[in-house]
Design a protein around this ligand. Sequence first.
Ligand code: AMP
Length: 214
Amino acid sequence: MITLALSKGRIFEETLPLLAAAGIEVLEDPEKSRKLILPTNQPDLRVVLVRATDVPTYVQYGGADLGVTGKDTLIEHGAQGLYQPLDLCIAQCRVSVAVRADFDYALAVKQGSRLKVATKYTAIARDFFASKGVHVDMIKLYGSMELAPLTGLADAIVDLVSTGNTLKANHLVEVERIMDISSHLVVNQAALKLKQAPMRRLIDVFARATQAQA
Ligand code: AMP
């Protein structure tokens, strides 16, 4: 049995077509079912649904043989011991800095004052502002980052941006693009050795589907 870890939402939805290209179908819809282990039409492949930030952990410790996870998660939570054979080029977005439309970000950065930054990506944000020589007070949040500048909790946020609609709806503007993000295949190295043939087959399925979509 091969276990593939996915998270609900964009990663699940955008991984399905890659599997479907090789005739692999997930037999339950996670939006309709509360099951966390989903069978597929391949008797030796199942999908487990985990939080996006837990995918690397499941794969690292063998709770899943492979998984799909965002580059943001890999950078922020570490990717120790994980083989990363493929950029699947799905769930594409970017990590950006955003502020209220009436906040003078350029001036705040130039003056060398301390910037209050709210984010769940504290490692990415810390590295980015350190490389610019900007002093920051980091405020760790777990969601609804857009609210922080609107309530005075922070001057700026560091968050994922895709279409920019969420920022716009909250009167925030993107002032810096830190990095582009897409989802990657991550593989447990021991599983790759122990279940070599089926694991290689599945990695090939992803490789071919990714090339076909490029
Ligand atoms: P958008 O309004 O399209 O710019 O999307 C921004 C919102 O969706 C933010 O709340 C992000 O945290 C979230 N988001 C955007 N892209 C992704 C992604 N690839 N994976 C997870 N969350 C995302």
